[in-house]
Design a binder for this molecule. Structure first.
Ligand SMILES: C[S@@+](CC[C@H](N)C(=O)[O-])C[C@H]1O[C@@H](n2cnc3c(N)ncnc32)[C@H](O)[C@@H]1O
Length: 264
């Protein structure tokens, strides 16, 4: 199964090349993730240091954050050779970032050896760990990520949680929409399992439901409108674009951001 999942990302990298949808069809969700990351780094007063992006895909988000935080150096790793080739090509077209950003092939399940023992001020996973086929693998990846973060450094996990998915599906059911299933290549975390695992390494978990309003607007209100009109939902619709600007409220999204501080 793990091989099939990797193949999926390898193919996606080939099909989409440098197109914005290479790592997600929901391109406005990724813009919201990037905006929330920028705000989060700002809230922590972080202006310089080292940043690790695990499961960086084609490097789109890595490079957006790099452009916004000139005091940081960035290392993006992904197990898909094709994704990393696309990330390197993207970097070639932004020579101004080339002395602060690098990409290499590496599996989160053997992260420490892929990074040759380097430790970072900040580590990020953005919808990466949901691609591991068991919770045991997810827990092992979390332990490896913890080992790559300096004491008092941050781990920011943007990952999917079953509770948000359930809330979303209940809201959809309330207006007569079918359930959105979890895709074959994903396993969503259960909040308590995730927290009990990260508490072994990190303090002060803060969970941000940053995409709750976005999901409510796009997967409930807009989806219902589409159903009523007999239209297929379009990820590029203006509602997706404007939903990025909504203040977040509720817990209607599977995608949450956990901000974790490595124990000193
Ligand atoms: C949903 S994409 C997200 C990419 C990027 N973080 C973004 O936000 O655009 C998930 C990425 O995780 C990578 N990935 C999945 N499992 C991985 C693993 N075991 N080790 C490293 N990367 C992995 C995939 O190749 C893919 O590029």
């Amino acid at each position: 199964m793990q091989e099939k999942i990797k193949e999926y990302w390898q193919d996606r990298a080939k099909q989409h090349a440098a197109a914005p949808a290479a790592t997600t069809d929901d391109v406005y969700l990724r813009e919201l993730e990037i905006a929330t990351l920028r705000t989060t780094l700002g809230e922590h007063g972080l202006t310089s240091g080292t940043f690790l992006d695990v499961g960086c895909g084609d490097g789109y988000s890595t490079m957006q954050i790099a452009a916004a935080f000139p005091g940081f150096t960035f290392w993006g790793v992904d197990y898909s050779e094709n994704m990393i080739a696309n990330a390197k090509a993207r970097l070639n077209s932004h020579p101004e970032l080339s002395n602060r950003v690098k990409f290499s092939v590496g599996d989160v399940l053997s992260l420490c050896s892929a990074l040759e023992g380097t430790v970072f001020d900040i580590a990020l996973t953005d919808r990466c760990l949901i691609n591991l086929e068991t919770f045991a693998n997810q827990a092992s990846a979390l332990a490896q990520i913890a080992a790559c973060v300096k004491p008092k450094g941050l781990y920011i996990a943007i990952e999917n949680f079953a509770e948000g998915q359930d809330n979303l599906n209940q809201a959809r059911a309330a207006v007569g929409l079918p359930e959105i299933p979890v895709r074959w290549h994903n396993i969503y975390f259960k909040e308590e399992e995730f927290l009990s695992c990260v508490r072994e390494h990190f303090d002060l978990p803060v969970i941000k439901d940053f995409s709750s309003s976005y999901y409510f607007a796009t997967r409930v209100v807009y989806s219902k409108m589409c159903q009523m009109r007999g239209e297929a939902p379009d990820y590029k619709h203006e509602i997706h674009q404007l939903a990025v600007q909504l203040p977040w409220t509720g817990q209607f999204s599977p995608v949450r951001m956990a901000v974790l501080t490595k124990r000193a």
